[in-house]
Design a protein around this ligand. Structure first.
Ligand SMILES: Nc1ncnc2c1ncn2[C@@H]1O[C@H](COP(=O)(O)OP(=O)(O)O)[C@@H](O)[C@H]1O
Ligand SMILES: C[C@@](O)(CCOP(=O)(O)O)CC(=O)O
Ligand SMILES: [Mg+2]
Length: 397
């Protein structure tokens, strides 16, 4: 395998319903996006492990003997199923020169990288000398699951490097996927990467990044949706930065403070996810306009609920108002507090109305684009099969 360069990619996601509630065991519906994170693997200088993360401004290199020495400390108090402990993360921070409590994107990305390298190699054996570059089409920290796509790519690449999963790409093939069993292992390690970045993830984002498509997620149980109609969705990035970790912690605090008030809201979100699943599975592959009003009402109700949970933001209110002025319905997606919103585009929406809505959203300083949903999950590529744009971005790093 080391004669060739390889790349691993994983998609971002859009949560249709169930963000935040899913952390507390409720149902979420999520779909993979056609925007991906790419990780390139190249044989590295002997005895060195190098990583470049241009999206968060990280370029680091470590020698393998010192990583091996550190690995003893990481493995010491952890069995495979355990979450990263505070002591393990403190040891990694000290090693990487990251201040205690640092939560900037570069610190979290470096910490997740080191944790996964050492925890995977403690279990499955040494990671060989390698150069890793990770580049993403996804905006970072905008609610589209960039952290999970990063963790899924890292998990797949590291497990493959240690020999815990196969290298399924045959000579002459451009892309390949892993078996269900291997995907289950990738997903479980990606979850641990998400734990380093998020603190308390539900696991829905790494599940979509691993399996792709459209799925229902509840308390670790992943069920692909039986049928997903072609939905046109406009994605808008308010560009207001936020941290999933902070927002998830805020919701927890609110529920602890007002359980009798907040728990019914979570139950209602759960009911929306379940009703929405039934509606989507009963819709024809190419739905007609009369199928949309109920989906639009679900968006409106859930957006109110998310505001009650405290994860709204004036920029998201603005997004909803602007699209409502064009008779379109929106809700935030992901952790909220800024980041992205999604807008349903029923098939009878005129191209002029879509264009006018986009212009008004851009005039607010937002960025918007139409997306395709249901992209494939984690994939292995030969580098020569990647698009010129991706190759160029990886080469610049
Ligand atoms: N391409 C990337 N390279 C390195 N780290 C990344 C990348 N994308 C995301 N991350 C990590 O994920 C964090 C963002 O995760 P999060 O707050 O959950 O937002 P989201 O998952 O919605 O994009 C960043 O702070 C960074 O640590
Ligand atoms: C808020 C939450 O439901 C989704 C977070 O998604 P993102 O990191 O904002 O893309 C958290 C989770 O499910 O772990
Ligand atoms: Mg995330």
């Amino acid at each position: 395998m080391w004669a060739r360069e390889l790349a691993v990619s994983a998609p971002g996601k859009v949560i249709l319903h169930g963000e935040h509630a899913v952390v507390l065991g409720k149902v979420a519906l999520a779909v993979a996006l056609d925007l991906r994170t790419f990780l390139r693997l190249r044989p590295g200088a002997e005895g060195r492990l190098s990583v470049s993360l241009p999206g968060v401004g990280v370029r680091r290199s470590w020698d393998t003997p010192s990583l091996r020495a550190l690995r003893g400390r990481i493995a010491a108090d952890g069995d495979e199923s355990k979450s990263p402990s505070i002591e393990q993360l403190d040891a990694l921070r000290e090693f990487a020169g990251i201040a205690a409590g640092a939560s900037a994107p570069d610190s979290l990305a470096t910490l997740a990288f080191l944790y996964m390298c050492l925890a995977v190699s403690a279990k499955y054996g040494d990671v060989p000398s390698v150069d890793i570059v990770v580049w993403s089409e996804l905006p970072t920290g905008a609610g589209l699951g960039s952290s999970a796509a990063y963790a899924v790519c890292l998990a797949a690449a590291l497990l493959m490097l240690c020999g815990a999963i196969s290298c399924p790409l045959q000579e002459g093939q451009s892309t390949a996927r892993w078996t269900e069993e291997e995907l289950t292992l990738i997903n479980s390690w990606a979850f641990r990467g998400e734990q380093v970045i998020h603190g308390n993830p539900s696991g829905v984002d790494n599940a979509v990044g691993t399996w792709g498509g459209a799925l229902r997620y509840q308390a670790g149980k992943i069920t692909p949706l039986k049928r997903v109609p072609t939905l046109r969705i406009l994605l808008t990035n308010t560009k207001v930065p936020r941290s999933t970790k902070v927002l998830v912690a805020g919701v927890k605090e609110k529920i602890l403070k007002f359980p009798a008030i907040m728990n019914p809201v979570l139950d209602s979100i759960d009911a929306i996810s379940q009703e929405c699943q039934s509606v989507l599975e009963a819709m024809p592959a190419n739905p007609s306009p009369e199928h949309y009003p109920v989906l639009e009402e679900f968006f409106d109700i859930n957006q109110h609920h998310l505001n009650v949970l405290g994860v709204g933001h004036p920029s998201l209110d603005r997004l909803c108002q602007v699209t409502a002025s064009h008779s379109l319905h929106s809700k935030l997606t992901g952790a909220g507090g800024g980041g992205c919103g999604i807008t349903l585009l029923p098939p009878d929406t005129s191209p002029l109305a879509v264009e006018a809505a986009k212009q008004d959203l851009c005039a607010c300083g937002f960025e918007c684009w139409e997306t395709k949903i249901g992209a494939p999950g984690v994939t292995l590529h030969s580098c020569s099969s990647l698009s010129a744009q991706v190759l160029h971005a990886l080469a610049q790093s």
